[in-house]
Design a protein around this ligand. Structure first.
Ligand code: SF4
Ligand code: SF4
Length: 135
């Protein structure tokens, strides 16, 4: 999955859009690192939660679009519970996901999922997966 954004187009309007979609105020993050410290999957992220917030503060949205962080997040809200500024990285990553999905870009293609997995996986897991990965 690749969303091509022209570097010259990255401006405060896009950041404001992400803030509207996530309900978060990006500049409230003061980079304490608590979110990354508690995130159970930060080890698997190209850009860990604390850096996600910093990238956004610097307007580096294109780099975040290329990274796997928004898709790896499991939505456990550990980051939010540990944040002294009441910032939810989880909501922010959801905003980034919506930015992609609302363009009609699927992260996972349903037809690529093996039939045995579709037959054996719990229905709730399949529905949740589609809601997260499919536009
Ligand atoms: S909600 Fe996502 S970013 Fe936050 S701690 Fe959980 S997995 Fe990490
Ligand atoms: S815990 Fe909150 S303030 Fe600290 S780095 Fe994460 S988002 Fe920023």
């Amino acid at each position: 999955m690749k969303i091509k954004l022209n570097k010259n187009d990255i401006d405060s309007a896009l950041i404001q859009q992400i803030e509207r979609m996530s309900g978060e105020t990006i500049k409230r993050c003061y980079q304490c690192g608590n979110c990354s410290g508690g995130c159970p999957v930060s080890y698997a992220m190209d850009i860990p939660p604390t850096q996600v917030m910093r990238y956004l503060q610097l307007g580096m949205v294109e780099e975040l679009m290329e990274a796997n962080s928004m898709w790896v997040c499991v939505g456990c809200l550990q980051c939010f519970s540990r944040c002294p500024q009441s910032v939810s990285v989880a909501n922010t990553l959801e905003g980034l996901r919506q930015l992609v999905l609302r363009k009609g870009v699927d992260h996972d293609r349903i037809e690529d999922i093996p039939l045995p997995m579709l037959k054996s996986a719990p229905q709730q897991a399949i529905v949740c997966g589609f809601r997260k990965f499919v536009s």
